[in-house]
Design a binder for this molecule. Structure first.
Ligand code: SF4
Length: 281
C-alpha cells in the first residue's frame, strides 16, 4: 500500500446509512484497490452503524460496504455504488471496531450484518471479517442481492450464519429494467443456499407499478416456499429517504414521484407470501 491512506481515514461510525459519503477512498491508487479486493486485507466501508433491529435477528451492528454492480432505480444509497466513495479500512481496524460491540451484542442476542452496496463486490474482505466475527462468538448475516454468490465457496458460506437475500423482482424483464442486471444468477444462488440448507430471510422491496403485480408476487412466493430455507419474508415498502442523495450526486431519480405502496397493497403482498406457508412482515 502507498502513502498509508488508512491513517487519514475518517470515522467509521455513522448515525445511519443515509449519511451521504463520497470520495473518501479516492486517494487510494488503483493497484492498491485491486490488491485489496483480491486479498481482503483492506476494504471500503460507507460506515458502521449500531442498533439496527431490521437487518437480522436481535440488535445488529451493520457494516455498510461500498461497491455495487446493480443500479436499482429506487436505491436508497447510490453513494455506495462506487467502491472508492467508501472509507479505506484495514481488516485489522474493522475487526477492532467490531470487537468494541462484542459484549453488547452477546447481551442483546444480536450480531453483525454486512450490507451495502453489494458486499460481495468485496467478497474476500467479507469472508475475513465474518471469520473474525465468528471467532469472537458473534452471529453473522450477509445482506446481498445474490448475483455474485458464486464468488463464495462452500467453505466461505460456512462463515455466514444467515443470508438476507434481496430478490428485486420476479419477472426477468422487470428485474433487468429495475436493476440493470439479470435475475438468473440471483435465483441460482438462492437454489444453492437451499441445497446447502442455509438459513435465509427473503427481502422484497415493494415498488408501486414495478413489483406490486400479484402474479409476479405469487411466482416469487411459490419459488421461495419451494426452497424451504426462508425463515421469514420482509416486505419493504418503497420510501424516499435516499432521494436527496440522487440529487446531491447529480443523478436523475426517476422514481421521484412514485408514492409508497398503500397499507392495503403491503398487506395483500404479505398475505400472498403467507398463503404459501411463509412468515411475512
Ligand atoms: S443492490 Fe442495493 S445498493 Fe445496489 S443498487 Fe440495488 S438497492 Fe442500491
Amino acid at each position: 500500500m502507498t502513502d498509508n491512506p488508512v491513517q487519514k481515514a475518517p470515522s467509521l461510525e455513522a448515525k445511519s446509512p443515509f449519511e451521504l459519503r463520497v470520495d473518501l477512498g479516492r486517494h487510494v491508487p488503483e493497484t492498491d484497490v485491486r490488491t485489496a479486493l483480491a486479498g481482503g486485507d483492506m476494504g471500503f466501508l460507507h460506515s458502521f452503524t449500531t442498533g439496527s433491529t431490521l437487518d437480522g435477528p436481535g440488535v445488529r451492528v451493520v457494516a455498510w460496504l461500498t461497491g455495487c454492480q446493480f443500479r436499482c432505480l429506487y436505491c436508497h444509497n447510490p453513494d455506495t455504488w462506487k467502491l472508492t466513495n467508501g472509507v479505506p479500512v484495514t481488516l485489522e481496524r474493522a475487526v477492532a471496531q467490531l470487537g468494541k460491540y462484542r459484549r453488547g451484542l452477546k447481551v442483546m442476542k444480536g450480531g453483525f450484518t454486512i450490507s451495502g452496496g453489494e458486499p460481495l463486490m468485496q467478497d474476500r474482505f467479507v469472508v475475513k471479517l465474518f471469520t473474525a466475527a465468528r471467532s469472537m462468538g458473534i452471529h453473522t448475516a450477509l445482506d446481498t442481492n445474490g448475483a455474485l454468490g458464486h464468488r463464495l465457496t462452500d467453505k466461505d458460506l460456512e462463515q455466514v450464519d444467515l443470508v438476507l437475500l434481496d430478490i428485486k423482482a420476479w419477472d426477468p424483464q422487470h428485474h433487468r429494467q429495475l436493476t440493470g442486471m439479470e435475475l438468473g444468477p440471483v435465483l441460482d444462488f438462492a437454489r444453492r443456499l437451499a441445497a446447502r440448507k442455509k438459513s435465509a430471510w427473503l427481502r422484497y422491496v415493494l415498488v408501486p407499478g414495478w413489483t406490486d403485480v400479484p402474479e409476479d408476487i405469487a411466482g416469487l412466493a411459490d419459488f421461495a416456499a419451494g426452497l424451504g430455507i426462508f425463515e421469514r419474508v420482509d416486505v419493504l415498502p418503497l420510501h424516499q429517504m435516499g432521494a436527496f442523495k440522487w440529487k446531491q450526486l447529480g443523478m436523475e431519480y426517476t422514481l421521484r414521484d412514485v408514492p409508497p405502496p398503500t397499507k392495503e397493497i403491503v398487506e395483500r403482498t404479505c398475505a400472498q407470501f403467507r398463503a404459501v406457508g411463509l412468515t411475512a412482515y
